[in-house]
Structure formats: structure tokens, C-alpha cells
Design a protein around this ligand. Structure first.
Ligand code: SF4
Ligand code: MG
Length: 323
């Protein structure tokens, strides 16, 4: 296939312990049956409110967490349970850019060392001068001066620190980058610069992105296709134009209703305001996970859990209205 990544029915349930003996008394179903594919060279955006499971999905793919169910297939290899050397090798190919460049970089470490570290870990015998040239090239490529090599992370602004984080993620020449809210901690004024950099790097280095964000305009700017998550499930996946111009799942319709419609000169669409709160993933509703808030819910929505179906070419929706 041309898919770089295939995620099949991914589950990440965290045990809940309680009582005197700290027995498992339940589970937080952070990710509860997520499926999607990413073609080589494309960007799949993953959107949803905080707590919907999008970051957990990203971390499970990188195996920072071991999924409790389902499969992750990377370059046609099932990597769900690989360990040891094979996992180490795969981690060269899949890198992560984190949300908070303040937390993910050691402020007291020299930038040259931060970016060299992954290369050094994998290629112990690499010539020191070659390594230094390589790292300086990376720094200039992400828009930092060569002198940045000798400075400390705390000497840089948020946007510059995220550039350092991006250089570090690129150091091992990965194929897939999981970007988890990479600009949400940054000033709005520098967000688009970092997004544009990610776009340029994608073409230059043949990268494939899983781009996780809650900001719909950021996701629209970056993605080819978009997956919409709600309470540990993907409720709709389609190309970005279908998602923004013709959302089909009632949850997607509500999300998109808050975004100004470009075709109507920025005029807002009719806003769909959802009632109530997102239920706890420890005790998700039966049937359709969205039925407690869905403006279009039918009686049977509380007993039947809809699965993703291709309703229009390339547009997959999990809702019984389209069965
Ligand atoms: Fe709404 Fe029912 Fe569709 Fe769920 S299955 S989104 S509750 S109409
Ligand atoms: Mg792109």
C-alpha cells in the first residue's frame, strides 16, 4: 500500500485502582477503537477538544505508551508490540514534536548538545566535526543562526525553542513526525512562522505528519485530511474541504459551525451550541459516545455504537443517520 501508517481499532485503556488493596476497579477509555491511515507525504490532522484522546493516540503510535488493543502498522510492519532493538530502530523513523518547548528542552543544556543527542545515541562513532557540521546545518535550516549551537535553550524565545525542538526531531531523518499541538503554547504572532516552517520541511525532507491540535484554523492550514475525535473515538475522517464545507457527523457540524465561512466573506455559519459537558472517559455513554449531547439523536443511538463507514468517497462517518 501507499500508506506509511495504519492504525486499526487502537485502544488505550488506563486501569483505575481503588479500595484498600488498590485493585483495578475500572478503566479510563482514553482511546477506544481509533482507526485511520496516513499516506506517505500527507498530513493527517487530528482534532477534538482536550481530553478526547488525540495526544494519547499520538503517544501510543510512538509506543511511549503500549496500546491495550488494536494495531499500529508502520511501513507494512505491525509495530504494536515490538520491543528492544526493533523498537529502537523504529523510533529513528518516527519522531515527535511536543507542545511545550519550555518543558521538552532542558534550559541549561547547550543547543548543539540538545540537537546532537539523538544522533549521538544512534551513531556513537560518528566523527565529531561531521556531527557538528550536520547539527549547524540543521539549526540554520530551521531558521536559527549558527551561533545558536553554543547557546543555552533558556536564552531563546518560545518560537525559537520550538525551532530547536524541530531540529532535534529532524536529526535522525525520520519518515513520520507526530506533532502534538506544536504551536499552541506559542504567541499567535509566531505560530504561522512555525507552521510554515513545518510545511517547508515536509516537502524538503519527504516527511509525513500526524498533526494534533484543537485549533481548527491551525488544523485547516496544515492538513490534507482531518480526523475528528470525540471521547476516545474518531467520529469522522475526510479530506479537509469536505470537513469544512460539508461536515456530516453532528459533532463535526457543531465544531465547524464556530468557524467563519470563507466562501461567505467571513460571515459566521449558524452556530450549533452543544448542551452539557463531555462525559467522563471512565464512564462513557452506551451506544454512540456522542448521544448525550447530539442535537439529532434518535432513541436507538443510546444502544447502538456506530462504526466508521464511507458515506461519500473518502468521507468516513460514524453515525447511524447515514446507515
Ligand atoms: Fe447523533 Fe445518533 Fe449519529 Fe450519534 S449516532 S451522532 S447520537 S445521530
Ligand atoms: Mg503539508
Amino acid at each position: 500500500t501507499h500508506n506509511l501508517l495504519e492504525v486499526e481499532n487502537l485502544q488505550m485503556h488506563f486501569p483505575v485502582k481503588g479500595g484498600f488493596f488498590r485493585r483495578t476497579i475500572g478503566a479510563v477509555k482514553a482511546v477506544d477503537g481509533v482507526s485511520f491511515t496516513i499516506r506517505k507525504g500527507e498530513t493527517l490532522g487530528l482534532v477534538g477538544e482536550s481530553g478526547c484522546g488525540k495526544s494519547t493516540t499520538g503517544r501510543s503510535i510512538l509506543r511511549l505508551l503500549t496500546p491495550t488493543g488494536g494495531k499500529v502498522i508502520f511501513e507494512n510492519e505491525d509495530i504494536t508490540n515490538v520491543n528492544g532493538k526493533r523498537l529502537r530502530d523504529i523510533r529513528q523513523d518516527i519522531q515527535m514534536v511536543f507542545q511545550d518547548p519550555y518543558a521538552s528542552l532542558n534550559p541549561m543544556q547547550m543547543v548543539g548538545d540538545i540537537v546532537s543527542e539523538p544522533i549521538h545515541n544512534y551513531y556513537k562513532n560518528k566523527n565529531k566535526e561531521e556531527l557538528k557540521t550536520e547539527v549547524m546545518d540543521l539549526l540554520t535550516r530551521v531558521g536559527l543562526p549558527e551561533e545558536a549551537y553554543y547557546k543555552y535553550a533558556h536564552e531563546f524565545s518560545g518560537g525559537q525553542r520550538q525551532r530547536i525542538g524541530i531540529a532535534r526531531a529532524l536529526a535522525l531523518k525520520p519518515k513520520l513526525i507526530i506533532a502534538d499541538e506544536p504551536v499552541s503554547a506559542l504567541d499567535v504572532s509566531v505560530q504561522s512562522q512555525v507552521l510554515n516552517l513545518l510545511n517547508e520541511l515536509q516537502d524538503e525532507f519527504d516527511l509525513t505528519y500526524l498533526f494534533i491540535a484543537h485549533d481548527l484554523s491551525v488544523v485547516k492550514h496544515m492538513s490534507d485530511r482531518i480526523g475528528v475525535m470525540y471521547l476516545g473515538n474518531i467520529v469522522e475522517v475526510a479530506d479537509k474541504h469536505s470537513i469544512y464545507d460539508n461536515p456530516m457527523h453532528p459533532y463535526t457540524q457543531a465544531l465547524i459551525s464556530a468557524v467563519p465561512d470563507a466562501s461567505k466573506m467571513g460571515e459566521k455559519r449558524e452556530r450549533i451550541v452543544l448542551q452539557g459537558d463531555v462525559p467522563s472517559p471512565e464512564n462513557p455513554p452506551s451506544g454512540c459516545p456522542f448521544h448525550t449531547r447530539c442535537p439529532k439523536a434518535l432513541d436507538r443511538c443510546s444502544s447502538i455504537k456506530p462504526t466508521l463507514k464511507e458515506v461519500k468517497p473518502g468521507q468516513h462517518v460514524a453515525c447511524i443517520l447515514y446507515d
